[in-house]
Design a protein around this ligand. Structure first.
Ligand SMILES: [Zn+2]
Ligand SMILES: [Zn+2]
Length: 143
C-alpha cells in the first residue's frame, strides 16, 4: 500500500490532480480541503472492493480492500491527527521513527508548488539529512 500511495502522491496528486492536492500544500488548518476528496475516493474504492470480495472465491479482492482500509485508517490517524493536528491526538512524536515520519512529511510540505517536493511516501520515511539535501538541491535547481 505504501508503494501505491507513494506513486499516487508523486504522479497523480503532484501531476494531473494537483488542483485538488494543492489545497493541502497551501491552506492552513481548514476544516475541509479539496485534498480530502482523495481520502473519500479511496474509502469508496475500498468499500466497493469489500462488496466485490464478499463473493465466494474472491478472497484476494476482500483482503486488498482490508489492506486499503487499514492503510487509510492508519494514514488518517497519523497524517491528519499526529502530523497536521486536525483533531486532538495524545501522541506528540518526540523521537525515533514517529519523529522522523513527521519531520519527513513536514519537509514535503516545505514546497507549496506542484514540482520540487521531496518525500512522497509516508510510513517509510527516508533519513532526514538526505531529504533536506534533496530539498535544497531541488530548490536551488528552480532558482
Ligand atoms: Zn503533496
Ligand atoms: Zn500532509
Amino acid at each position: 500500500m505504501e508503494g501505491v500511495a507513494w506513486a499516487a502522491h508523486r504522479f497523480l496528486m503532484h501531476g494531473p490532480l494537483w488542483r485538488l492536492h494543492a489545497s493541502h500544500h497551501t491552506s492552513s488548518r481548514r476544516r475541509l480541503e479539496g485534498n480530502d476528496l482523495f481520502g473519500a475516493a479511496f474509502a469508496l474504492l475500498a468499500f466497493g472492493l469489500f462488496w466485490l470480495g464478499a463473493r465466494p472465491g474472491w478472497d484476494v479482492i476482500w483482503w486488498t480492500a482490508a489492506g486499503m482500509g487499514a492503510y487509510g485508517l492508519l494514514y488518517a490517524v497519523v497524517h491528519d491527527g499526529m502530523v497536521h493536528r486536525r483533531f486532538p491526538l495524545p501522541v506528540r512524536p518526540a523521537r525515533g521513527y514517529l519523529r522522523r515520519l513527521a519531520q519527513a512529511h513536514h519537509l514535503h510540505h516545505r514546497t507549496h508548488a506542484r514540482d520540487g517536493a521531496v518525500s512522497f511516501g509516508f510510513l517509510m520515511p527516508r533519513d532526514i539529512p538526505t531529504l533536506k539535501r534533496r530539498l535544497r538541491e531541488r530548490q536551488a535547481g528552480r532558482a
